[in-house]
Design a protein. Structure first.
Lengths: 157, 157
DNA sequence: GACGCTGGATTTAGATTCCGAACTCTTTCA
DNA sequence: TGAAAGAGTTCGGAATCTAAATCCAGCGTC
């Protein structure tokens, strides 16, 4: 993760995957169904059968993935009650899960660019009150953009 | 993906996963080994045995994942030749794969915050020539940061 | 030029996970 | 009393994963 144009050859990564926070993150969210669940959750889906209809995955897989996400802290299991119906659980994003939103948007935009087949993207993102699209990127502490070729990795110790 | 603080209940997402670029992206990179391969590649790993030593995954799985990434266009299969040795393939990131870097860095920083166990992150990112850390985020066309609660989703049509 | 070495990749067998459908359980409505 | 709806669990067969052994091609060596 050094320079954009050309990454020097390495035999191993500078940080062993065992104590890398990226690898730890991948252990949780690096799964097709898990990511699709988070996608649906960010669009407001909360209920078991709604997730199932949205994803089309086996109920047993959905059940397992929801449990993992609740245990990891990305989803919170609450109870909802429609009047005249019985109480049921719902799965809502915690702030831990919410903070993955920039990454999901970034993946969406990556797909728009590289997999979009020339069609305009079905969903785009703007600043509130504006109509021009925003994009995922990097900012310094003052909120100014840092272009990809300016990024440098710094190892601790 | 509307407002940060409270997402309204939805029975289905506004975009069916079949023609959603996020879902298409997840089909490619939504896999534990694939993401770990991309992580290693961004750190400069290029050779089969180096990937294998880095990831510790079965060679058959590695072989399959590399093929998927080459077919999808994220990796390019080239040939390298050490003098006195025979020519061998190496797998280098294409610009398509390179452009995933902000997302991988974003995932790293998400892990630093939520899975870091209080330790300072082993790797951080700065602007070239500076020492202050940068972060993944959103910018408008003029390069100014857009804070998460200012983001709005806009559907086409 | 037969032999071993080395790096890349496939084969094989067994364990795990996935999938799809059916089933369970509980409360509410008719 | 019966039927419906929501949230799961159970179960057998199919696909995938893992680990280890094997294959394969070219280079250096003798």
């Amino acid at each position: 993760m050094l320079q954009m144009s050309q990454i020097p050859l390495a035999r191993r990564s500078p940080i062993p995957p065992e104590n890398c926070n990226l690898a730890r993150t991948i252990e949780i969210v690096g799964d097709r169904w898990t990511l699709l669940i988070l996608r649906a959750a960010l669009y407001g889906v909360r209920r078991f059968d709604d997730f199932q209809a949205e994803l089309g995955c086996p109920r047993t897989v959905l059940s397992g993935r929801l449990k993992i996400l609740v245990d990891a802290g990305l989803l919170t299991k609450k109870t909802y009650k429609v009047p005249g119906k019985r109480a049921r659980p719902e799965y809502v994003l915690s702030s831990m899960g919410m903070s993955l939103r920039p990454i999901l948007i970034g993946l969406t935009q990556w797909g728009d660019v590289w997999l979009g087949k020339g069609e305009p993207p079905p969903i785009s993102f703007t600043r509130a009150g504006s109509k021009t699209a925003i994009r995922a990127g990097f900012v310094d502490p003052e909120g100014r953009e840092v272009r990809p070729d300016q990024i440098r990795a710094v190892l601790r110790g």
